[in-house]
Design a protein around this ligand. Structure first.
Ligand code: RFL
Length: 388
């Protein structure tokens, strides 16, 4: 079994397959240090934690992660808080940075005798319509080679070799560009509020998410095409303070910006998530806009479903799980996409002053007002916000 990519999807899959005695190798383009330093997600859903617990992979997040269950919305109409841990199904997030989760998964996999080939870039997947697919690779020193397996799991993200290797027409790609971009920032500064903060402002969205007691993630909506280093640190903090209405609700705790990247908000779904013996999971299967923090959570869930199906096939000789794999995951993916889209429309004002924009903007304010005042709307929100 060949797994492409050592992100959350590939490493959960590798751990589960290895524990069931399936011989597998993970091919990873980057070095181990790069994989362990890639900071991205931070909010793990209750179900993600349950999946990891089920397979003995949750020790680190229980030790160092922190439970979180409050978010705050700020807009021209005031602010309100939702203690979502007391709404809906009463579930909470665990805040645990993705690079720490990846480090835990990698350590456990390697300690158990699992194989990872770092610095090995998958170039293309061949013969996926047969029963001995292979992966052409290039090693860090430029040498080329190939790996063969009974199946190939494409867990190598949206720009990986798995997607590239799909023959035209084999899989449909449903794609939506939301036309919105965020400057994603990591600040060496303690969180400024004890909640996830979502600020809707006529200058654009601003977000605040705790990562650790020393590090906070912020987002600033920016013009499409803005280079990540276009804004000075002072301008970033001034703009965050303005949009988060710091004058009214309290100042932000400033610190050095240690990482910045511009994310163009796009979503896509590949359908089906399988072409012959090539199976897709995580961002390779579907890209979610970061508006609802679902991507890493779906990656873990899909990896568990795929591992179960592969073990059924390779160990017990039943292909039923693999036949169902795509439809089963797509049901989760489309629900997550729908909620991410709802969040996106909640958080972004309309771009211009024309009539349609004002109409959209009034809908957005009305949506926020419902969320602030209607208990059933809040229950619905809580269930989808923490769930996958
Ligand atoms: P990953 O994590 O991208 O891992 C893929 C791995 O494959 C390797 N690779 C290759 N290896 C060999 N050959 C090739 N040709 C290869 N091409 C790529 C890469 O080096 C990498 O190691 O995919 P995976 O496992 O599917 O996991 C997906 C998640 O990483 C992603 O969905 C989340 O980070 C999305 N996301 C969030 N998700 C959440 O659930 N909660 C959050 O709070 C959250 N915040 C975020 C996010 C994504 C963000 N960005 C960067 C878009 C915040 C941000 C800013």
């Amino acid at each position: 079994m060949v797994i492409l990519g050592a992100g959350p999807a590939g490493l959960v899959l590798g751990n589960l397959l290895h524990a069931s005695g399936v011989d597998c190798v993970v091919l990873e383009r980057s070095t181990r240090a790069q994989v362990q330093a890639r900071s991205r997600a931070g909010f793990l859903a209750a179900n993600t934690v349950r999946v990891l617990e089920r397979h003995g992979l949750a020790e680190g997040l229980h030790r160092r992660g922190r439970e979180h269950a409050t978010c705050e919305f700020r807009s021209e109409d005031g602010r309100f808080r939702l203690d979502y841990g007391t709404l809906g199904r009463g579930e909470r997030h665990t805040v645990y940075p993705q690079h720490e989760l990846v480090t835990d998964l990698l350590t456990q996999y390697l300690d158990a005798g699992g194989r990872v080939r770092f610095g090995t870039e998958a170039l293309t997947v061949r013969d996926a319509d047969g029963d001995r697919p292979s992966v052409a690779v290039r090693e860090a020193d430029g040498r080329t080679g190939s790996w063969q397996g009974r199946y190939v799991a494409g867990c190598d993200g949206r720009h990986g070799a798995a997607r590239r290797s799909l023959p035209p027409g084999a899989v449909r790609r449903h794609h939506l560009d939301h036309g919105v971009s965020w400057l994603g920032l990591l600040a060496e500064a303690p969180p400024s509020l004890d909640a996830v903060g979502y600020a809707v402002h006529r200058r654009g969205f601003a977000g605040h998410m705790a990562r650790t007691p020393e590090v906070t993630r912020y987002y600033l909506q920016c013009e499409r095409g803005t280079p990540p280093d276009a804004w000075s640190e002072d301008r970033i903090w001034d703009e965050l303070s303005l949009r988060m209405r710091a004058e009214e609700y309290g100042p932000l705790r400033r610190g050095r910006i240690v990482h910045r990247a511009v994310v163009d908000l796009e979503s896509d779904v590949l359908e089906p998530l399988r072409h012959g013996t090539l199976l897709l999971a995580g961002d390779a299967a579907s890209l979610l806009s970061p508006s609802a923090a679902k991507g890493a959570n779906l990656a873990v869930l899909e990896a568990e479903i795929l591992a179960r199906a592969l073990v059924d096939d390779l160990v017990h000789g039943s292909a039923e799980g693999l036949a169902r794999y795509s439809a089963q995951c797509l049901a989760h993916i489309w629900r997550a996409q729908e909620f991410s889209q709802w969040m996106l429309r909640l958080l972004h004002g309309a771009p211009g002053p024309d009539g349609e924009s004002m109409f959209q903007d009034s809908l957005r304010r009305s949506r926020l007002a419902s969320l602030g005042t209607s208990r059933s709307c809040q229950d619905w929100f809580a269930e989808h916000y923490v769930g996958v």
